[in-house]
Write a protein that binds this ligand. Structure first.
Ligand SMILES: Nc1ncnc2c1ncn2[C@@H]1O[C@H](COP(=O)(O)OP(=O)(O)OP(=O)(O)O)[C@@H](O)[C@H]1O
Length: 353
């Protein structure tokens, strides 16, 4: 019976990876007792956007096995380690970039990181926006100082279920950073290599806006899984976003998707929807997947200023839901991007039950 259930499961494809669950090594456990089959599926991310679809497909396929009358589907999750991990203990480095400043890149980075952590992933956030570091403020840790451990490694600060490092926690408030390229390069190297990040599924890096030294330094220092581009929908932002996309392509960094931030505004008193900057503009960035449209919402700004990401402070708001969906879609894209690493040779055999 177990074999029949496995055969049925091998007809179920992961909707995003387009391969069957058995050959992807996603079936962790199958137990058949009488007419009841219990199937445990190991997702490739705890932030899986298509968990519900997988559950329905598994149930339907296994119920078609003669003699099975009930199917219990449970989930575990493990982010797969790529063949070439970017840093020891870190599975994926994801860059968050924008062409223009002020489009909400840091806010998206913070909320995506917090949303992934809320879904159960181990998440680090590096604020590499060295000229305008806002991550510490957005996480309510503007006054916290970075300390070192006995190995003289920088200790990331823990907040809201994730760990982060920001230049703001190394310099005095209001102090400007006047650095040339080589100094930036060595700072970036230290943030990446000399920090005690520990084991992370995702290390999100909030880049400075534009296409400069820091971006170059990071893409040359570590193997990056991919980049997320944040833009607002109007043409002047899209023109700069196109430059950012071009920069990532030149650096051989896959662009995983685009977030259209401040996409629209819903008037709280009338419910009227205003397309302030021209909702849908990000779709003009040809060939790129739009992972979400996040409304302009004063609460998002207030949450950022009060140091609690909107996905945690107001999880049911439209903006928070859009940001959560962006995080899940991004996690899905990361799994797809590392699909080539899921070759059958890497899979552990199914446990014998
Ligand atoms: N969807 C949104 N609704 C309301 N306010 C937002 C939204 N997204 C971002 N903001 C606010 O807009 C301001 C700019 O956002 P943020 O600092 O994230 O931009 P940025 O692109 O990282 O800027 P820079 O790169 O220049 O530092 C912040 O006050 C932030 O809280």
């Amino acid at each position: 019976m177990q074999d029949a259930v496995m055969a049925a499961l091998s007809t179920v494809n992961d909707p995003e990876l387009h391969q069957d669950l058995v050959s992807l090594g996603m079936i962790e456990r199958v137990v058949v007792e009488g007419s009841v089959a219990a199937v445990q599926v190991q997702l490739t991310t705890p932030a899986c956007p298509l968990k519900g679809t997988i559950e329905n497909d598994v149930r339907r396929a296994v119920l078609a096995v003669p003699g099975i009358e009930e199917v219990q589907v449970s989930f575990s999750a493990q982010v797969r380690t790529p063949q070439q991990p970017p840093l020891p203990g870190v599975k994926h480095v994801i860059l968050v970039g924008s062409g223009k400043g002020g489009v909400g890149k840091s806010n998206v980075a913070v909320n995506v990181a917090a949303a992934l952590a809320r879904d159960g992933a181990r998440v680090g956030l590096l604020d590499a926006d060295v000229y305008g570091p806002s991550v510490a403020h957005m996480l309510g840790q503007g006054d916290t100082r970075i300390t070192a451990n006995e190995q003289r490694q920088m200790m990331p600060i823990e907040a809201h279920g994730l760990r982060f490092i920001s230049m703001a926690n190394l310099t005095r408030a209001g102090q400007a950073l006047v650095w040339r390229g080589p100094m930036l390069h060595s700072a970036v190297q230290q943030f990446l290599g000399d920090a005690a990040w520990g084991n992370l599924d995702y290390l999100i890096i909030d880049l400075p806006p534009g296409t400069g030294d820091v971006q170059l330094s990071i893409t040359q220092s570590v193997k990056v899984t991919g980049a997320l581009i944040v833009t607002t929908p109007q043409d002047v932002a899209l023109i700069d976003a196109t430059r950012a996309v071009d920069m990532f392509r030149k650096a051989s960094v896959p662009v995983l998707g685009v977030v259209e931030n401040m996409s629209y505004f819903v008037a709280p008193d009338t419910g009227h929807v205003y397309d302030i900057f021209g909702r849908g503009g990000a779709r003009k960035l040809g060939g790129l997947t739009v992972l979400g449209e996040v409304p302009l919402d004063p609460e998002v700004r207030q949450d950022a200023d009060s140091g609690v990401p909107a996905v945690l402070a107001h999880p049911d708001s439209a903006a928070a839901q859009a940001l959560r969906e962006v995080a899940r879609a991004l996690a899905g894209r990361v799994s797809v991007e590392t699909l080539s690493d899921f070759s059958a040779d890497n899979l552990e055999p199914l446990p014998v039950i």
